[in-house]
Ligand binder design. Structure first.
Ligand code: PMV
Ligand code: MG
Length: 365
């Protein structure tokens, strides 16, 4: 008979609230939340060979797309590569600490896909990376702070997916409402080549910050899922490859996004409801313009419908994450009647995801 699992850790999924695309550049802020759907990782010692057991990628469908003449596998789908990268990075710390490596089984279960394995865009690759790092730190008895574990998960994430900001990983690691700015990847790569991991974890990383933000006061959050999964790396790659072309005004977009998200964070922390709604509307406009200028479809017709119908009901709405499908979010007066809005969404095949914010567990750093 199999041994019982000795370690169990869960990590929440995430949603972007504001600051997408700009947050890929070091030091430019985004706001995210963690949501109460989880990836759970369990670990137990094994003898001889270890196993990775998973209910992820039901049906094992791999998505690929073309970048020039090359075929690229959608990294979000290749969840095992995130698990492996997370396992390797934790074990590198174990070796540096002079502790013996162990053989173990690792089991992964996810609530971040629907029953048929379709992604909601809630950050399953980030959550699986965070859960694996945290579970193995616990299994090996490594006493690392939340920030140190975040740095490990960010390094694991960049090894698999070169384009992401890591905001999804930070939201999953910290929980609640956060403001995040990304680290300088080129700096991290250089330092990683020259230092031990333990040294790198102890450093302040240029650009990297995670701050808690007050949840909106008197507003409710609605999440609508468009039913079409989107490839974040394809969309981000598209914007990145066009950002230096004339006419995209990328520098202007970055400056405006920074300004917009900074005032959104101030409005959240001040409990300024109108300021929060204005920030969401402004960010929607910036992302819509970015899509137009780069020719990347961020706001699909379904997402536009979601946003415009929410506006008719007095809400402030926008795409969440890279767009191109996945989810849109709405902030709306907590007392507003929304039955009519939900009926419109249902007619347009927009599914309301019944999500709440995942509150952080344990001491908050
Ligand atoms: O589509 P999502 O939820 O994975 O979010 C992507 C957000 C971007 O800012 C566009 C990219 C990133 O890694 O931050
Ligand atoms: Mg997405």
């Amino acid at each position: 008979m199999s041994q019982p699992w000795t370690t169990e850790v869960r990590a929440p999924g995430k949603l972007y609230i504001a600051g997408e695309y700009a947050v890929v550049e070091p030091g430019i802020p985004a706001v995210l939340i963690a949501v109460d759907r989880y990836v759970t990782v369990r670990v137990r010692d094994a003898v001889g060979t270890g196993h990775i057991i998973s209910d992820l990628n039901a049906g094992s469908r791999l998505e690929w797309y073309r970048r020039d003449s090359d075929m690229v596998i959608e990294a979000d789908e290749a969840l095992f590569s995130f698990v492996l990268a997370a396992m390797r990075i934790v074990e590198e710390v174990v070796v540096e600490f002079g502790e013996p490596l162990r053989i173990f089984d690792l089991a992964i279960t996810s609530e971040l896909d629907d029953d048929s394995g379709r992604k909601f865009g809630l950050g399953s690759s980030a959550a699986v990376t965070v859960a694996t790092v945290a579970a193995l730190c616990a299994h090996y008895g490594l006493d690392l702070s939340r920030m140190e574990q975040l740095k490990l998960a960010l390094l694991a994430g960049t090894e698999v997916q070169r384009s992401g900001s890591g905001g999804d990983i930070a939201a999953s690691m910290f929980g609640g409402w956060i403001a995040y700015t990304a680290f300088d990847r080129a700096w991290a790569r250089r330092e990683r080549a020259q230092r031990s991991l333990a040294e790198l974890l102890a450093l302040d990383w240029p650009g990297l910050s995670v701050r808690r933000v007050a949840p909106p006061d008197g507003l409710r959050l609605l999440v609508g899922w468009t039913g079409s999964p989107a490839s974040t790396s394809r969309l981000v790659g598209g914007v990145q490859s066009r950002k230096d072309q004339g006419g995209t005004d990328y520098a202007h977009f970055l400056a405006e996004s920074r300004r917009c998200v900074t005032s959104l964070v101030d409005a959240l922390n001040a409990g300024d409801r109108e300021g929060v709604l204005a920030g969401i509307r402004r960010n929607r406009e910036l992302l819509r313009q970015l899509g137009e200028r780069t020719g990347i479809t961020i706001e699909t017709p379904t997402l536009r419908h979601l946003i415009e119908t929410a506006a008719d009901y007095g809400g402030a709405a926008k795409t969440s994450g890279a767009g191109g499908g996945d989810c849109g979010i709405v902030l709306i007066d907590a007392d507003a009647g929304i039955d009519g809005l939900l009926a419109l969404w249902e007619r347009a095949d927009i599914r309301v995801l019944n999500l709440s914010v995942h509150q952080p567990e344990g001491p908050v750093e």
